[in-house]
Design a protein around this ligand. Sequence first.
Ligand code: ASP
Length: 294
Amino acid sequence: MPHPHVIALHGGAGVHPARDYSEVEAHLAVLVRECDALLANGASAIDVVERAVEAMEASGLYVAGRGSAPNDRGEVESDAAIMDGARMRAGGVCAAVGLVHPISAARAVLEHTPHVLIAGAGARRLAEEQGLALVQDSAAHYRLPVGVEAEELLQLDSGLAHGTVGAVALDRQGRLAAATSTGGLFGKRAGRVGDTPLTGIGNWADGDIAVSCTGIGEAFIYAGGARDIVARVAYGGASLDDACEAMLATVARLHGDGGVIAIDCSGAVTLKFNSPGMKRAVAGANYQPFVAII
Ligand code: ASP
């Protein structure tokens, strides 16, 4: 019996209720159906989460890839991580400059190195070696994502000046995978690295659970992020829903906010957030395609 495949996506925590996200909703609706069809046709979870995050990076609609946030030096530094739960192998890049698809560089770390995380110039070198696309002209490549106004780039506490994209999937063979990519916080200090590329914090997949987080990275790091959720389920017997809520409650106590998407090996999906909205979508064998922002 094939497993009930499922895909969940997020396009970042924090939305402004008064702004128009119809382009994002339309993009997520098409993408989640595309990923659902790939999984239904037997594609692997790891390939589908990479494909989903690549598409969100390429769109420029979210704070990742083309929509990434410039740091305090005006330069885009990207963080990304991907994990294959079936192989218990992960790869990540952080503070990486000039990558068109940070998630593909993270996949290259997973597939072609014995390492879990490669930073800065080393990440770019690996991407070059693997023939991955590099940004030729930053001014032409990067754009302001949907829902972020130019003046907000100067207001780091606006709650909207950050974002991330993520995907978690269960394939028909019962394999779980997770992928997460971010341009981080607008105006962040050069070299700042958040939760996203840290395997076990912003991103995780094993044989039982796959998780992708979004929100104020520092608070997620203190709260333990994805591995805190896994531990609450494995050692505490919590449901996936309760574990995600408890981890986000810790994030809130630590003065952060954000959200999480998670699935387990039975195909159950959890989408939780304590931020004002989270761009999100789900589809699968047992799920009609669903997209929401608020
Ligand atoms: N978690 C990301 C970071 O702190 C930002 C976000 O998800 O909005 O870099």
